[in-house]
Design a protein around this ligand. Structure first.
Ligand code: TRP
Ligand code: ZN
Length: 458
């Protein structure tokens, strides 16, 4: 059997044999929602039968002990008649849950939490489920060996969620196809800051604790949710367009001052900025060897805070964050645009034509390891072809259609799927519509083909 299917089956058998139910009643009619959304790389991520609209997370964190206490108040809509439904949560202990105010039975099996409400939910119903939980959130090592999830520092922690780390700090529907709005309320010891996505409400001191509140009013995929707790220096300014810029860093980070300028340049290239605030979080205590495009507030570790990476993470706000992948197979749609933004930055700011960047990427054997639209395994979704060869796809489109149509495609793609999800098929169809011709050679050679082309198809 396919190892993925046998793992999914094992999870079902485990769920069937595990007891450990708490609270709740007998359940109503309908079927249980699926335990996963069948993503090609992470079949158990996400859950079937409902669609989250809003997460209201109330958290308290103790950096000394590493202990997190949380309540997740989730508003969702049932997309089928549901006798039970699942949430994804890795580690942590669930203490109890309600659905529409009534106690629900809680089953736990690994990273799957099953809630069975006293009365079933009808398709189309909007419902609220409240989950109380606590524990010491874990750091995950993902398939390619990178660390994500909950990362502790000397005075706090940083939550990084791609692709599955968001499951380590709140229960939810952790697949990029289910975007939702968020409100985060975080209580930490005085002297520490708590930074998240979106816009802050005034913080409230109470005794020896302070409570910070952040709201994301545009939809967000859960892997883009972040929380950084620590002794940060925070600043608020505005872009010339009036967009608030919220930054957090440990001491001096002069590059932060370039955010308004770079965002203005990207707005010219990509169209209206999709979110109601921007900024960055820079924490040199974190050494994960990557930056992350956490929504409206990209995160930079000790190795990654440079101008080109800042351009890359800001470009993701259009490509990846506003236009989100339908599944983890569509990762190249995120990384190709963000990498191409770096090529455009080199073109506009350093007199390096994108053609030079293309030639360099073309010469790199690593970019030909597999087709960007079809990474062989979960360990490859952030591999070099997804970035370098993905950007080559965009450059070949530019060569085929010319600059005017190409820059129209960059803006039009962001506008067409603003705050929604899109797949590789959607992209191919959109580009050919705009180009007014089929680009079969580009797709066959760069997007889906095996190996470096030679001769006329290159
Ligand atoms: N998306 C990050 C970037 O800006 C890189 C990254 C970190 C990543 N973790 C990942 C990509 C997991 C795919 C999967 O390039
Ligand atoms: Zn990226």
């Amino acid at each position: 059997m396919d190892p993925r299917r046998s793992r999914a089956l094992a999870a079902v058998l485990l769920a069937a044999t595990l007891t450990g139910c708490t609270g709740g009643g007998e359940g109503g009619g309908g079927e249980p929602g699926a335990a996963g959304l069948g993503d090609p790389y992470f079949p158990e991520l996400g859950n079937g039968g409902y669609d989250v609209r809003h997460y209201a997370l109330t958290l308290a964190y103790e950096p000394r002990t590493g202990r997190l206490t949380g309540t997740a108040d989730i508003t969702a809509r049932a997309t089928q008649t549901l006798s039970a439904f699942n949430l994804d949560l890795t580690g942590l202990t669930v203490h109890g849950a309600t659905v529409d105010g009534a106690p629900a039975t809680v089953h736990r099996s690994g990273s799957e939490v099953t809630l069975r409400p006293g009365a079933g939910l009808r398709s189309g119903d909007t419902f609220r489920t409240v989950i109380r939980y606590s524990g010491t959130p874990v750091t995950l090592t993902d398939a390619e060996g990178a660390r994500e999830g909950w990362l502790r520092t000397s005075d706090g922690a940083v939550a990084l969620g791609e692709p599955t780390g968001s499951t380590t700090w709140f229960p939810g529907n952790h697949h990029p196809s289910d975007k939702a709005t968020y409100a985060l309320t975080v209580t930490v010891p005085n002297g520490l800051q708590a930074i998240s996505n979106g816009e802050p409400a005034p913080h409230r001191p109470s005794g020896d604790r302070t409570t910070f509140t952040w709201r994301s009013t545009e939809p967000m995929a859960s892997y883009l949710a972040t929380l950084a707790i620590g002794r940060y220096e925070t600043k608020t300014s505005r872009t010339p367009d009036g967009i608030p810029v919220h930054t957090a860093a440990r001491g001096n980070a002069p590059l932060l001052a370039r955010i308004p300028e770079l965002l203005a340049w990207e707005t010219k290239r990509f169209g209206p900025y999709p979110f109601t605030s921007t900024g960055a979080i820079v924490d040199p205590q974190i050494d994960v060897q990557y930056a992350l495009e956490t929504q409206s507030r990209p995160f930079f570790d000790k190795n990654t805070f440079d101008a080109s990476t800042l351009v890359h993470e800001l470009a993701h706000q259009w490509y990846g964050n506003s236009v989100s992948p339908e599944s983890w197979r569509d990762m190249w749609l995120n990384e190709s645009f963000a990498t191409y933004a770096e090529w455009l930055y080199a073109e506009d700011f350093a007199d390096t034509p994108a053609q030079d960047s293309f030639d360099e990427a073309f010469a790199d054997d690593d970019n030909w390891a597999f087709p960007p639209a079809d990474p062989p395994t979960a360990a490859d979704i952030s591999g070099p072809p997804v970035y370098g060869r993905g950007a080559m796809v965009l450059h070949k489109i530019r060569q085929a259609v010319g600059d005017d149509t190409f820059f129209g495609i960059l803006r039009g793609w962001a506008a067409k799927h603003r705050h929604a999800n899109a797949s590789t098929e959607d992209f191919v169809t959109y580009v050919e519509d705009e180009a007014g011709e089929e680009l079969t050679t580009v797709w066959d050679t760069y997007l889906y083909g095996d190996g470096r082309p030679t001769g006329p198809s290159a």
